[in-house]
Design a protein around this ligand. Sequence first.
Ligand code: AMP
Ligand code: MG
Length: 268
Amino acid sequence: MAKYKLVPTPGSKVSLKKYDPEFVGSYDKESARAEVDDLRGKLSELQERLYAEGKQSLLVVFQAMDTGGKDGAIEKVFGGINPAGVQVTSFKVPSALELAHDFLWRIHQHTPSKGYIGVFNRSHYEDVLVVRVNKLVPDSVWQKRYEHINHFEHLLADNGTRILKFYLHISKDEQKKRMLDRLRQPDKNWKFSKGDLPVRERWDDYMSAYEDAISNCNTSYAPWHIVPANNKWYRDLMVAKTIVKTLEDMNPTYPSPEEGLDEVVIPD
Ligand code: AMP
Ligand code: MG
């Protein structure tokens, strides 16, 4: 069976052409879906422990081309867990106020508090992706951002936040199929934006920008995962597995109960 390395070696230069978006290992749809159901149960229990412990947090970052499956993965993986313990933030085109600050200002406000899981649908990486491809700032500005990002993520990690970054890797052909679905199915029309077409035209530029973002910011404290995402069920499985494994490794523990609970009598 062909091999697939989900996390590139830190410091290596990533070539996305070497990552097959169709890869599914030895899984089929049915077994993958069943395993995701199982993992959701585990995630739910781990999330409760994380919340009860209140000492660490988890930040999960999703990046992808349009139709790559950011919304779908978030829905499938986090769908069953207590919404009180998860904060999902979608980053859109920055406001005038946000643009009047450094690029991490708006991001920092949404990083998860202790005990919480934070999920980013797009992120500070947009500032080295769309911003670079569309030349929204001079080269000298975005080029410095990789280092700023690494320092920022290191700060979060030092403060008790585990960071997982997922690039949902689809092929250009798969994007076309998904865009056509959005056009043809009335209940999916709202997801189609004509503005996504010029982005598709710059596919190769985006791939280069992603390769640099992943290569320059793939650290031990905030690893990038290149998820084969042409098959939604395999994508969800890889994301769910990675999150559960990480939370198990964080091993949140329930705090010890108050003293003397065995003597407590609840008055009538
Ligand atoms: P969507 O995720 O489909 O709602 O689209 C959000 C849009 O906001 C995408 O076109 C992103 O490229 C854009 N966006 C997000 N962050 C930034 C940023 N920092 N600068 C410019 N555009 C951004
Ligand atoms: Mg969109």
